[in-house]
Ligand binder design. Structure first.
Ligand code: COA
Length: 415
């Protein structure tokens, strides 16, 4: 455990050293509505609301939850405690954490009928993120209070979903592998049980802690695409389940959470350290974006990648096949950063090293994005709840650039 704490402390030191000269935080003071901002395609630069949940400083490479540095949370906290922090705004006292953890324990199981319905899906063909969408949708259909969009009820559903995601993700992983889903073990942490439920094997204490760190680091990240998607859906007062289903759908894409799986495809395709240079040259010639690099907000090294990179090295120590992937990744990082770091501010993002960490735990790469979802559900729900308290339907406009006053031509006179 000390090794992990040491890795995180070193990553923090390095991040601080490199960001000293970067500009001070922006977007941290209250705005006067209506706010003036420059909006680029993809809503780049648009201000969608105010939040106290989390803050990403892209220039300095900071990631903060409720004022706390995620380096410190990764070193000292747990995913349960971090989820409490995101949902309720403060680190819990001992009794608050005990009550929260008790509730999570109580909610861990999912109805057998949900597992049976998952069994009926074409799991060998469907992406597990699609199966996860279906599973959460079914949970919503089975909850007679799903339509109660009061903050109290949606908070309860949020805790339930945070508790049930590892069970669902574990069941999907096992069914895909042709094995029977395991029952959740309420006496384990969510992280440790997630690793066990997916792999079917007992994770070591160190592997459980590494999974915990990964879940903490993925829990929230500003107005990212999936979080914003979940907020947009909930803003119509739909319901929490539908909002989370939409978030899963968004996270699945390779420009967002799906990149972690795509990175492993790339590393496997490269195959050996000797091939990295030619692979990268060909990718650049084809103007192919390299998975796991670049970010809409970070124009510095992603702090999550700073922690995951040495963790990937740690977990690959005794595993030559994984160590090979790690060595390929390090070489690729060197080439990409030398080529695009200075000019375009392209550095590794959270997805570049996370897959290596999970692969070392024996987890199938198709399950990498569902692991991301099992963590991000806490950020999704926290931000949905925050927005719900002062809800206003999201409804941006598009600029119409097509023709107007076109005459209707009967079908036999067209073309
Ligand atoms: N590899 C190579 N070049 C990249 C790149 C990458 N991964 N990401 C961005 N760039 C380049 C673009 O080609 C573009 O160059 P140009 O100015 O010469 O046209 C410039 O950097 C800006 O890229 P753009 O696509 O406009 O940035 P964005 O903010 O829209 O995209 C991402 C952000 C994350 C979607 C993009 O970096 C990407 O597709 N990364 C790969 C997928 C990934 O890892 N996603 C997970 C994100 S956590």
């Amino acid at each position: 455990m000390d090794r992990i704490a040491e890795i995180i402390r070193k990553a923090k030191e390095q991040a601080r050293k490199e960001s000293d000269s970067e500009p001070e935080p922006s977007l941290t003071s209250k705005v006067e509505w209506p706010v003036k901002c420059e909006v680029k395609p993809g809503l780049d630069g648009a201000i969608a609301g105010e939040t106290t949940i989390g803050y990403v400083n892209g220039a300095k490479g900071w990631l903060i939850y409720r004022g706390l540095d995620t380096f410190d949370l990764s070193e000292h906290s747990t995913f349960e405690e971090t989820s409490y922090l995101l949902l309720f705004g403060n680190l819990p006292t001992k009794s608050e954490l005990a009550a929260f953890t008790d509730k999570i324990r109580k909610y861990r199981s999912v109805p057998k009928s949900v597992i049976d319905l998952l069994r009926a899906l074409p799991l060998d063909k469907a992406h597990p993120m699609s199966s996860l969408e279906t599973a959460v949708s079914i949970l919503g259909m089975m909850d007679p209070k799903a339509g109660d969009t009061s903050v109290e009820n949606e908070t309860e559903i949020s805790i339930k979903l945070i508790a049930q995601f590892p069970t669902l993700v574990g069941a999907i992983a096992r069914l895909r592998a042709g094995a029977e889903p395991l029952d959740p073990d309420p006496n384990r942490s969510l992280a440790s049980d997630l690793a066990r439920l997916m792999s079917g094997t007992e994770p070591s204490e160190e592997a459980s802690r590494i999974m915990d760190v990964a879940l903490i680091l993925h829990a929230d990240h500003g107005s990212n695409a999936s979080t914003f998607t979940a907020m947009v859906v909930n803003s119509s007062l739909s319901d929490m389940y539908s909002s989370i289903v939409a978030g899963i759908g968004s996270l699945k894409g390779p420009l967002h959470g799906g990149a972690n799986e795509a990175v492993l495809d790339d590393l496997e395709e490269i195959g050996s350290v000797d091939n990295v240079e030619s692979w990268y040259k060909a990718a650049r010639e084809k103007k192919r974006k390299v998975n796991g690099f670049g970010h809409r907000v970070y124009k510095a090294y992603d702090p999550r990648a700073r922690v995951l990179q040495p963790l990937a090295k740690l977990v690959s120590e005794q595993k030559p096949e994984i160590r090979k992937l790690y060595d390929i990744a390090v070489k690729l990082e060197g080439l990409v950063v030398a080529d695009l770091g200075k000019e375009k501010k392209i550095f590794p993002n959270v997805d570049f090293y996370s897959g290596i960490v999970y692969a070392a735990m024996g987890i199938d790469k198709a399950m990498f994005t569902p692991i991301f979802a099992a963590s991000r559900v806490s950020g999704w729900t926290a931000r949905v709840l925050e927005y719900l308290k002062d809800n206003r339907l999201f409804r941006p406009r598009a600029i119409y650039v097509g023709p107007i006053n076109v005459d209707y031509v009967p079908i036999d006179k067209r073309g």
